[in-house]
Write a protein that binds this ligand. Structure first.
Ligand SMILES: [Zn+2]
Length: 248
């Protein structure tokens, strides 16, 4: 029901756009992502209403991001927006509002619908598929970039993210990217407000891994202890992220 409402709205906007002679600004919201290496990509800037149906809260930090989903998997625009709304609520507790998100629909070739984390480049430790797809992003894409894909294979993980570990490693296009399988989305959870997208973005923002505590939280090391709560220390690290902008 969610998806139908959204796609109807999108169809209506397109019809309005065509009828009105399409202003340059409006056209760019639906234009193919021409500067990218993805021939099939179609990018759209999400509205405040897409992310915050009740209005965006006024918070000290803002995050811009790019979310790309593979339309040849069960991921859809509506499911991506649902993950983003959950992420917005989770990050709100750390004083972070999601500001501009470009949502990109892609049609990846079969070989790119699956990331094998066991097959990595011996020097960088990054799977070749991750490096290749990230290299196709347009140079002006907002980071972090999340790819919602078919499968993540090779380890027990259902999602994975890549962040710079040394100060010198800040330029590769695959840094600050997250790769989230569809399985991680439908896996039943105790906490319905948990989001694998928020989990991976939290890794990138806090530049930290998992921790094991008595209580459930967003970056817990045990999968069945994952929840939407963020530990105060993780919130502090997130607020220090160079990926955030500080609001006046
Ligand atoms: Zn994790």
């Amino acid at each position: 029901m969610h998806g139908r409402g959204l796609s109807r709205r999108a169809a209506l906007s397109l019809a309005t756009l065509l009828a009105s002679g399409a202003s340059v600004e409006a056209r760019s919201q639906f234009a193919p992502w021409v500067e990218s290496g993805f021939a099939s990509a179609e990018a759209r800037r999400l509205t405040e209403r897409d992310l915050y149906p009740k209005g965006r809260p006024s918070l000290p930090f803002s995050l811009d991001a790019t979310v790309a989903f593979d339309q040849r998997t069960p991921w859809s625009r509506a499911r991506a927006i649902r993950q983003l709304r959950k992420t917005a609520l989770i990050f709100e507790a750390c004083g972070v509002a999601i500001r501009d998100v470009t949502l990109v629909r892609l049609a990846l070739p079969p070989r790119d619908r699956r990331i094998d984390t066991a097959l990595t480049d011996p020097v960088t430790g990054v799977p070749p598929t991750v490096a290749r797809l990230a290299a196709q992003l347009p140079t002006d894409a907002a980071y972090p970039v999340a790819f919602l894909i078919g499968r993540v294979a090779g380890t027990a993980s259902l999602a994975v993210s890549y962040r710079p570990r040394l100060a010198s490693e800040t330029t590769a296009p695959y840094f600050n990217t997250a790769w989230i399988s569809y399985q991680s989305h439908w896996l039943p959870r105790r906490d319905e407000s948990y989001s694998p997208l928020a989990h991976e973005l939290a890794h990138l923002l806090c530049r930290c891994g998992h921790s094991e505590t008595a209580q459930r939280h967003l970056l817990h090391s045990a999968r069945n202890f994952l929840s939407s709560a963020v530990l105060p220390d993780d919130c502090k690290r997130i607020q220090d992220s160079p990926l955030l902008s500080v609001n006046d």
